[in-house]
Write a protein that binds this ligand. Structure first.
Ligand code: ZN
Length: 425
C-alpha cells in the first residue's frame, strides 16, 4: 500500500507553536531539536519491510520536511502541500509512472494518515482511505492546522481512527476488517468498530454517542455509504438489506456485551411515527438485531405530531421538535436503568441529546446512543463541464445510486442542470 503520512503531530511531536519557525523554514535547526512520536521510526521501518511505501506529505517548508524525511526516516516527502488542496499531491503522483498507474487502477491501494481534519479532507478529495491519528494530547488549538479540533476532525469523516502505531499497523494490514461496523457489512466483513462521537459523565454515570457508518456528502473513499443510508427510506427496500443493517448493529453490540463492568438493562430504538414511510422503518431493523440485551419500546410520538425532523434546519429547532412530539412511555420504571438506544442517523446530535435528557429526567443511569449512520462534512470538488459551477454529489432515492448534479434553480441551486452518474463498485 502507498502510505501518505502527515509529518508534524503524526511522525514528529512538533505540533507545539515553538516549532513553527522550523516548519516555516525561517530558522535553522538540528535534527536533535526534533522530538519524534514514540515508535515512529520503528513503524516506518516495519512498513517498508512489509512492502508498503511510506511517503511524507506535509504543509511545512521543504528545508524542514526534506531534512527530516531524508536523515531520520529515509523516505520520500512532499512539502508545502497546501492541504486540503490536491494539486501538489496529484502532481507528485503523476510525476511518478508507477505511482500514477496504481492511482488510476486502484485507489484502495492508497491511504492518507494524519492528525487533523485537513489530512482527512485531502484524503477524501483524493478518494482514498483516511486515518485520523491521535498520538499526542493537544494543548492549544491551532486553527490553520486544525490541531486540537477533535470534533471537527471526526465530522470530517475519517475511514479509521488510530491511537497508537499498533492500531495503524492493524488497519494497513487488514483494511476491510477494520472498517466501521456498518461499512464492513457492505464489504462482506464483520467488524465491531464505531466512531466515538462524544462522551460525557455526570453524577457517576455517563452518556455516550456512537456511530457505526459514514454518510458522505461529496467526495470520499468508496466505503462511506450515503447510498445505503438513503435506502432505509426506500419503500421497496429488501429484507436482505434490513438484515444486513441489523447484523452491523449486532456485531457492535457484541462488543458492548464484552465490557462486563457495564450492565445494560434495556435495548430500545427511536420509534417510527404512524406516518413514517416505509411503515415500521426502524422497528423492522430493531426486530432483526441479534442481541442478549432486553429489547423494549420506550418511546412514542404524540398523536398530534406533524412535520418532519429532517426539515428542521438546525440543532435548536430539531431538539425542540423531539422535545414536543417524542415522549418516553410510562410503561417502564427507568430509575437507575442503563439504556442503549438505536437510531438511523446522527446529524446535529439534537435527537440524541434530547432523548438522553428525557431518560435522565426519569432517573436513568448510563446512556448509550448508537446511530447507524452519521452525516460527515460536505466536500465539493468537481466542476460542471458545461457551466463551470461546482457539482454536488446527489443520491437517487429509489435506486440508491450516486450522481453528480449541477443543481438548477428547481433544486435550490444556480447551475445548468447537468448530471453525471457515479459508478460505485
Ligand atoms: Zn452546469
Amino acid at each position: 500500500m502507498i502510505l501518505f503520512i502527515d509529518l508534524d503531530g503524526t511522525l514528529t511531536d512538533t505540533a507545539d507553536v515553538k516549532f513553527k519557525p522550523f516548519k516555516d523554514g525561517e530558522s535553522e535547526f538540528a535534527l536533535s531539536d526534533i522530538p519524534l512520536i514514540k515508535g515512529a521510526e520503528e513503524f516506518i521501518k516495519d512498513m517498508e519491510k512489509k512492502g508498503h511505501i511510506p511517503i511524507i506529505l506535509s504543509d511545512s517548508h521543504p528545508k524542514y520536511v526534506n531534512l527530516i524525511a531524508k536523515e531520520i526516516f529515509k523516505i520520500r516527502a512532499i512539502s508545502l502541500t497546501d492541504k486540503p488542496n490536491t494539486d501538489k499531491t496529484l502532481k507528485f503522483i503523476e510525476s511518478n509512472q508507477e505511482l500514477n498507474k496504481q492511482f488510476i487502477e486502484d485507489k484502495n491501494n492508497f491511504i492518507m494518515i494524519g492528525d487533523s481534519w485537513l489530512d482527512i479532507e485531502l484524503g477524501r478529495r483524493l478518494n482514498i482511505k483516511t486515518v485520523l491519528t491521535q498520538f499526542y494530547k493537544a494543548i492549544n488549538i491551532e486553527k490553520r492546522d486544525g490541531i486540537g479540533q477533535r470534533r471537527k476532525s471526526i465530522k470530517a469523516g475519517p475511514t479509521y481512527y488510530a491511537k497508537t502505531f499498533d492500531d495503524l499497523t492493524k488497519i494497513i494490514q487488514d483494511p476491510l476488517n477494520e472498517l466501521l461496523a456498518i461499512e464492513a457489512i457492505f464489504q462482506g466483513k464483520k467488524s465491531d468498530k464505531m466512531v466515538k462521537f462524544s462522551y460525557k459523565s455526570y453524577n457517576g454515570n455517563f452518556r455516550a454517542f456512537r456511530c457505526l457508518g459514514r454518510q458522505e456528502d461529496g467526495e470520499c473513499d468508496e466505503f462511506a455509504r450515503a447510498d445505503k443510508y438513503k435506502q432505509i427510506d426506500n419503500p421497496n427496500r429488501s429484507n436482505e438489506f434490513i438484515s444486513k443493517l441489523a447484523e452491523g448493529v449486532s456485531n457492535y453490540l457484541k462488543r458492548v456485551e464484552k465490557f462486563s463492568e457495564y450492565q445494560w438493562d434495556y435495548l430500545t430504538y427511536v420509534s417510527d411515527k404512524r406516518t413514517t414511510k416505509p411503515p415500521n422503518k426502524m422497528r423492522e431493523i430493531f426486530t432483526k438485531i441479534d442481541s442478549n440485551f432486553n429489547k423494549v419500546e420506550l418511546f412514542e410520538w404524540q398523536e398530534n405530531v406533524e412535520g418532519s425532523l429532517r426539515n428542521k434546519p438546525n440543532y435548536e429547532s430539531r431538539k425542540e421538535y423531539i422535545s414536543t412530539y417524542l415522549k418516553t412511555k410510562q410503561t417502564h420504571d427507568l430509575k437507575g436503568k442503563n439504556i442503549i438506544i438505536i437510531d438511523d442517523q446522527f446529524t446535529t446530535s439534537a435527537t440524541a441529546t434530547e432523548i438522553s435528557e428525557q431518560l435522565r429526567n426519569k432517573g436513568a443511569g448510563n446512556i448509550l446512543f448508537v446511530a447507524l449512520f452519521y452525516l460527515i462534512l460536505p466536500i465539493e470538488s468537481k466542476d460542471c463541464p458545461n457551466c463551470g459551477k461546482s457539482l454536488k454529489i446527489k443520491i437517487n432515492k429509489q435506486e440508491g445510486t450516486k450522481f453528480y448534479s449541477c443543481l438548477s434553480s428547481k433544486y435550490g441551486g444556480n447551475g445548468c442542470g447537468h448530471i453525471e452518474n457515479i459508478i460505485i463498485q
